[in-house]
Design a protein around this ligand. Structure first.
Ligand code: ADP
Length: 160
């Protein structure tokens, strides 16, 4: 079976992430969306909240699963018997960091490949952090995240 892992913070999931999920799901028998649980990194939403928002945002994608991981991504990929790590690329600014990560992961396990999917042009500026920033000041993020995520953001920032 051809298994891919799409890792990230997803704090929260955006239409940019969903675009990558839908497109990469077509490339694998199973795609595992892997939510990073990193207590050292402060996040707005808990891992459970992030997973729930992803679950409610993906439909018509029966081969997509959601999981969380701690520690090294490569260990998680091995555990899941995935041979491919999927990353989204937005801009040149993503490239340097992603290249470093991909090379390091290759060094840790030569059998696991990282592939990059280019963002759709209408999402190239979109990140979870910009969504949080806009929402925290009461700005409208309806075109950037699914309605339920917009609702959760409003609750977090008391912008009802
Ligand atoms: P961010 O907080 O920057 O959105 P994540 O860690 O949640 O970052 O991102 C997970 C993965 O999704 C990364 O590979 C990232 O490059 C990719 N990604 C995030 N937003 C987009 C987007 N708008 N278009 C394409 N890929 C994206």
């Amino acid at each position: 079976m051809n298994i891919g892992v799409y890792p990230g913070s997803f704090d929260p999931i955006t239409y940019g992430h969903l675009d990558i999920i839908k497109r990469s799901a077509k490339l694998f028998d199973r795609l595992i969306v892997a939510v990073l649980s990193n207590p050292q990194k402060s996040s707005l939403f808990t891992v459970d909240e992030r997973i729930e928002m992803i679950r409610e945002s993906i439909y018509n994608t029966p081969n997509v699963e959601i999981d969380s991981f701690k520690g090294l991504l490569i260990d998680f990929a091995r555990l899941k018997q995935a041979r491919v790590i999927v990353k989204g690329l937005r801009a040149v600014s993503d490239f340097e960091y992603e290249l470093q990560m991909a090379l390091m992961n290759k060094k840790l396990d030569d059998h696991i490949e990282t592939i990059f999917i280019m963002t759709s042009s209408n999402y190239s500026y979109l990140s979870s952090s910009i969504v949080k920033e806009v929402s925290s000041f009461g700005g409208c993020v309806a075109s950037l995240v699914p309605p339920l995520v917009e609702e959760r953001l409003k609750q977090k920032f008391n912008n009802n």
